[in-house]
Write a protein that binds this ligand. Structure first.
Ligand code: HEM
Length: 383
C-alpha cells in the first residue's frame, strides 16, 4: 500500500488511509491548519468525556499549558521519578524469587496504571478497581467489531469513574497535597483553571493514553530484545542504551499503530485528493518503516544512525510513535522515564532472562498493538 497506493479510500473504516512517512508527518504537523481532531468526538468521547485530544486552537494551547508542566522538569524529576521506581520495584518483588513470569500480565499491564494511580495520589486499595476501569476503557477503544457488551462496559466505566473521581477532586480542591491531582486542581494559565469535569476527563484519558501505550512499549522492548540476543547483551552491559532501544522499539513496533484526523478543507496528498470533511487514517506503523525515511526499515537495530535516540530534555526522537505537532504526546518524557527505570530494574532482577521454551511472541491489536503475553524464565538471584 505504502509503495503502490499511498492514498487509498478504505470502505470498512470509512476513511482515507495514508501510510508514507512524509504524508503522516504532514498530517500530524498540520502547518496549514487542514486537519482537526473532531474524529475523537465519536472515538473517545463516549468513554472519556471531553479531553484535551478533542480540543483545538487557543483552547487546546491553554489546556496543554495547564497540564504539561506536571510531566516534565522538576515535577517529573523530584515528585514522580520516586513513584515510578517504587511501583516498578513492588511489582518485581512479587516474582523476583520465582524464576518465571509473564512480563505482560504480571508487570507491563500493571506498572504504568499503578504509576498513574500513585501519581494522582489515589488510595492503594483502589488500584485493582482502577485497573478494572483501564481494562474496560482499552477494550472500548479497540472494539472494531462493535461488540455491544464492550460498548456498555465502556459507558458504565465512564459513569463509575466519574462517581469515584469527582468527590476526590473536590477534596483535593479543599486541601491540596503534592500529588498530580492537586497540581491539576490548582493549575492556572491566563486566568483559566480546569473544571472538575475537565480534570476527571483528563484522568480518564491518562488510563488509555498513559497506561496502554507504555504497557505495550515495555512488552515490545523486551520482545524485540529477546529476539535479538546480541542487542540485549549490549543493553545489559550499558544501560545508557535503554533509551536507544526504546526509540528503536517505538519506531519498529509502535504501541499506537494508527491515528485518525478530520480534513477541514480539500487536501492533496501523494498526488491524490481528500475531500473536505473526510476522516483520514494515518498508519504510524507503516510510516515508521518507510524505506524512503529509514535504511533497512524492517530490521530492529538499536544502533541505527538514522534515528535520534530520545535524550533527557526531549523525547522527540524522529519516529512518529508519539505523533508530532500540537498533540505531540504530553507524557513522552514520563513514558521514557518509566521504560528506562522499569527495564533497568527488570534486567537487574533477571540476569539471564530468556523466553519460555517454545514461546514466540505475537503482536495483537489494530489501533494499538503489542504482545499479549510474554512468558519468560530466569535464574533468581539468591539473597
Ligand atoms: C498524546 C503515544 C505515553 C499522555 C499522544 C499521541 C500519541 C501518543 C501518538 C498523539 C495522539 C494524537 O495526535 O491524536 C504515546 C506512546 C506512549 C505514550 C507511544 C508510550 C510509549 C503517554 C504517557 C502519558 C501520555 C505516559 C501520561 C501519563 C498523553 C496525552 C496526550 C497524548 C495527555 C494528548 C496530548 C494533546 O492532545 O495535546 N500519545 N503516549 N502518553 N499522550 Fe501519549
Amino acid at each position: 500500500m505504502r509503495d503502490d497506493e499511498p492514498l487509498i479510500w478504505h470502505e470498512a473504516t470509512n476513511s482515507y488511509i495514508v501510510s508514507r512517512y512524509e504524508d503522516v508527518e504532514r498530517v500530524f504537523k498540520d502547518k496549514k491548519g487542514e486537519f482537526s481532531t473532531e474524529n475523537y468526538d465519536w472515538q473517545i468521547e463516549p468513554v472519556h468525556g471531553r479531553t484535551i485530544l478533542q480540543l483545538s486552537g487557543r483552547e487546546h494551547a491553554v489546556r496543554r499549558a495547564l497540564v504539561a508542566p506536571a510531566f516534565r522538569g522538576s515535577d517529573l524529576r523530584d515528585k514522580f521519578l520516586p513513584v515510578i521506581e517504587r511501583n516498578s520495584r513492588e511489582l518485581i518483588d512479587r516474582f523476583r524469587t520465582t524464576g518465571s513470569v509473564d512480563l505482560v500480565t504480571d508487570y507491563a499491564s500493571r506498572f504504568p496504571v499503578n504509576v498513574i494511580a500513585d501519581m494522582l495520589g489515589l488510595d492503594k486499595s483502589d488500584y485493582d478497581r482502577f485497573h478494572g476501569w483501564y481494562t474496560a476503557v482499552i477494550a472500548f477503544l479497540g472494539n472494531l467489531s462493535g461488540d455491544q457488551e464492550v460498548i456498555r462496559a465502556g459507558e458504565r466505566t465512564r459513569v463509575e469513574f466519574a462517581e469515584y473521581m469527582l468527590p476526590i477532586i473536590r477534596e483535593r480542591r479543599e486541601a491540596p497535597g503534592d500529588d498530580l491531582l492537586s497540581v491539576l486542581c490548582t493549575a492556572e494559565v491566563d486566568g483559566v483553571r480546569m473544571s472538575d469535569e475537565d480534570i476527571k476527563a483528563f484522568c480518564s484519558l491518562l488510563l488509555a493514553a498513559g497506561g496502554e501505550t507504555t504497557d505495550k512499549a515495555i512488552a515490545a522492548i523486551f520482545a524485540n530484545l529477546l529476539r535479538h540476543p546480541d542487542q540485549l547483551a549490549a543493553v545489559r552491559a550499558d544501560r545508557e542504551l535503554i533509551s536507544r532501544a526504546f526509540a528503536e522499539t517505538l519506531r519498529y513496533t509502535p504501541p499506537v499503530h494508527m491515528i485518525m484526523r478530520q480534513s477541514t478543507t480539500e487536501v492533496t496528498l501523494s498526488g491524490g485528493t481528500i475531500p473536505a470533511g473526510s476522516t483520514v487514517t494515518c498508519l504510524i506503523g507503516a510510516a515508521n518503516r518507510d524505506g524512503n525515511r529509514y535504511r533497512d526499515p524492517d530490521s530492529f537495530d538499536i544502533f541505527r544512525e538514522d534515528l535520534a535516540a530520545t535524550n533527557a530534555f526531549s523525547a522527540a526522537a524522529d519516529h512518529l510513535a508519539f505523533a508530532l505537532g500540537r498533540h505531540f504526546c504530553v507524557g513522552a518524557l514520563l513514558a521514557k522515564a518509566e521504560v528506562e527505570i522499569g527495564v533497568g530494574q527488570l534486567l537487574d532482577a533477571m540476569p539471564d532472562i530468556r523466553l519460555a521454551d517454545g514461546f514466540d511472541p505475537a503482536e495483537h491489536g489494530v489501533f494499538t498493538r503489542g504482545p499479549q503475553s510474554l512468558p519468560v524464565r530466569f535464574t533468581p538471584i539468591s539473597g
